[in-house]
Design a protein around this ligand. Structure first.
Ligand code: FUM
Length: 573
């Protein structure tokens, strides 16, 4: 098989917001940069991010400050986020968002021209900047223009299946083009993984079928990195429930930010029972568990959801603030949300754990390898505040880009990779054969197992049987059926990746014998203060835990106190 090679200073794997922001930073730091993406350019998962991006700008609420943003994020992470990562994010968010606005990002503005800010769940103040309900798409457009102006190449349809690690350092990556079958060895001085999360391993999720299997996480684990807190997966409270083929599709939190109300089938505004102060603007973990509980206890609607009503806003405001939602329900269900409520249910939305990284630069444990965005861990702990992921990709995309450029252009940045290339190509051939397990069938089965036993509510027996079944699937899937061309090889790679990240998730979920944030254990329904620790999956598969790093001394007062309302154990009693 013909293998092409290419060489650059900084290779960025993933062409979403984190990847593009990293590329701009690395180029501005003087490095040669190449971005490679699995999907078409401009169509990475970031385009689906809807409701907004957070920064303590104080447009609507002048009392806001970055320290309060830190406090909201850290406390609502149930104290599992890395305090320094949260500090950097909160401190640098205003400049990152204003810079993007300067680059032409069409954020909504107030009448006097400042960036408007809307409510998002569990933020003390309005600090979510937005572009209607397509904020991610607008950010991608803006970054794309900047990338083009700087002549940074973005190569599409590259499915990376192995990182090149030789002499203990990362030297590049090898990819497959799912359309042509071409394989390319990308040599590089440093590599940044910006590959997104792993929520496709759940039956209902807010991703598209060929993305978010945990690609970067699996690559990093195989390269010698650790994965942190994989069990901490955010279930967004509001996904569509019908039609079945698009069930899980995101219904943005901006609906609740703009005043949307949740009702059960009896017409009760049930958040009154779960978080009477914040109601629908409670944290995502609480609203998701509330929705789940209403449905599980038989108070759901005909399609197994609860009802989200925004009709009181009227059509003109809905079309201005939530245009995508308006179109989405009209086109998939023929439903006019300015007249009728939406039926919604929890859906797997975001990986809060991921590759273990150093806080300042997002360097991993493998020299020359960095990670930014959803595939990295540290910012969100056990519960992510909506709108923090888009600022994460800007702040840490830039930092990782600068650090990767410095590494690549230093003496540490070069070395051989011939042996690693040979191994990578051999591993691809070994994974795929003309006869074997169907990748599509393995993916379907995996999603069912994860949804039923590692979803919103978990327990030991379910998790252990899920682990047994995923391991059995993995053994059966040693060779995948690939008749039909390279697109099937790509699917086989996705299936293998999903099996790896699902196993890591279940292993951590078994070990976290408590209920904390999005991780609800019916057999351990309270927070266990001894488990204020991070869990790490090592390459061997072993799970170890370590203490959360100290809060910087200047922020201890902001970090103290309970999360803002009673813990979820109350809901599980
Ligand atoms: O609901 C949303 O619009 C999602 C935002 C986020 O996940 O940050």
């Amino acid at each position: 098989m013909n293998v092409q090679t290419s060489d650059t200073d900084v290779l960025i794997i993933g062409s979403g917001g984190a990847g593009l922001r990293a590329a701009i930073a690395a180029r501005e730091a003087g490095a040669d940069v190449l971005v490679i993406g699995k999907r078409g350019a401009g169509d990475a998962h970031t385009v689906l991010a809807a409701g907004g991006i957070n920064a303590a700008l104080g447009t609507r609420d002048p009392e806001d400050c970055w320290e309060q943003h830190f406090a909201d994020t850290f406390r609502e992470s149930y104290f599992l986020a890395h305090p320094r990562v949260v500090q950097i994010m909160a401190q640098e968010a205003p400049a990152a968002v204003l810079e993007l606005a300067d680059w032409g990002c069409a954020f909504a503005r107030t009448e006097d021209g400042r960036l408007d800010q809307r409510y998002f769940g569990a933020h003390t103040y309005r600090r979510t900047c937005y572009a209607g309900d397509q904020t991610g798409k607008e950010i991608m457009r803006t970054l794309g223009v900047r990338i083009a102006e700087r002549g940074i190449p973005v190569l599409e349809h590259q499915h990376v299946f192995q990182l090149l690690v030789e002499d203990g350092a990362c030297r590049g990556a090898v990819s497959l083009d799912p359309r042509s079958g071409d394989r390319t060895a990308f040599l590089a001085g440093s590599v940044i993984l910006c590959t997104g999360g792993h929520t496709s391993v759940w039956l209902r999720n807010t991703s598209r079928p060929d993305e978010n299997w945990g690609e970067g996480m699996a690559l990093a684990l195989a390269a010698g990195c650790s994965l942190m807190d994989m069990e901490l997966v955010q279930f967004h409270p509001t996904g569509m429930v019908a039609p079945e083929n698009i069930a899980g599709t995101l219904v943005t939190e901006a609906v609740r930010g703009e005043g949307g109300r949740l009702y059960n089938a009896s017409g009760e505004r049930f958040m009154q029972r779960y978080d009477p102060e914040r109601m629908e603007l409670s944290t995502r973990d609480r609203v998701a568990l509330a929705n789940y509980t209403e449905i599980a206890e038989g108070r759901g609607g005909p399609n197994g959801g609860v009802f989200l009503d925004i009709s009181h806003l009227g059509r003109a405001t809905i079309e201005e603030k939530l245009p995508k939602m308006y179109r989405q329900f009209l086109s998939f269900q023929g439903l006019d949300i300015s007249k009728e409520p939406m039926e919604v249910a929890p859906t797997a939305h975001y990986s809060m754990g991921g590759i273990a990284v150093e806080p300042e630069t997002h360097a991993t444990d493998v020299p020359g390898l960095f990670a930014a965005g959803e595939c990295a861990s540290g910012l969100h702990g056990a519960n992510r505040l909506g709108g923090n992921s888009l600022v994460d990709i800007l702040v840490f995309g830039r930092r990782a880009g600068e650090a990767a450029a410095a590494h690549a252009t230093s003496s540490a940045g070069r070395g051989h990779a011939e042996r690693a290339i040979g191994e990578a190509l051999g591993s691809l051939d070994a994974l795929t054969g003309t006869r074997g397990q169907s990748a599509r069938e393995a993916q379907r089965e995996l999603r069912r197992i994860m949804w039923e036993r590692c979803g919103v509510l978990r327990d030991d027996a379910g998790l252990r049987s899920a682990l047994d079944e995923v391991e059995a699937l993995d053994r059966a899937a040693e060779i995948f059926e690939v008749a039909g061309g390279p697109a099937n090889v790509s699917r086989a790679l996705d299936a293998r990746t999903g099996l790896i990240t699902a196993r890591a998730t279940i292993r951590c979920a078994i070990e976290r014998r408590e209920t904390r944030g999005a991780h609800n254990r019916s057999d351990f329904p309270s927070v266990d203060e001894h488990l204020e620790r991070n869990f790490f999956v090592r390459r061997s598969g072993d799970v170890e835990s370590g203490p959360v790093p100290d809060v910087p001394s200047e922020l201890t007062a902001w970090a103290s106190g309970a999360p803002m309302c009673p813990g979820p154990e109350r809901l599980l009693e």
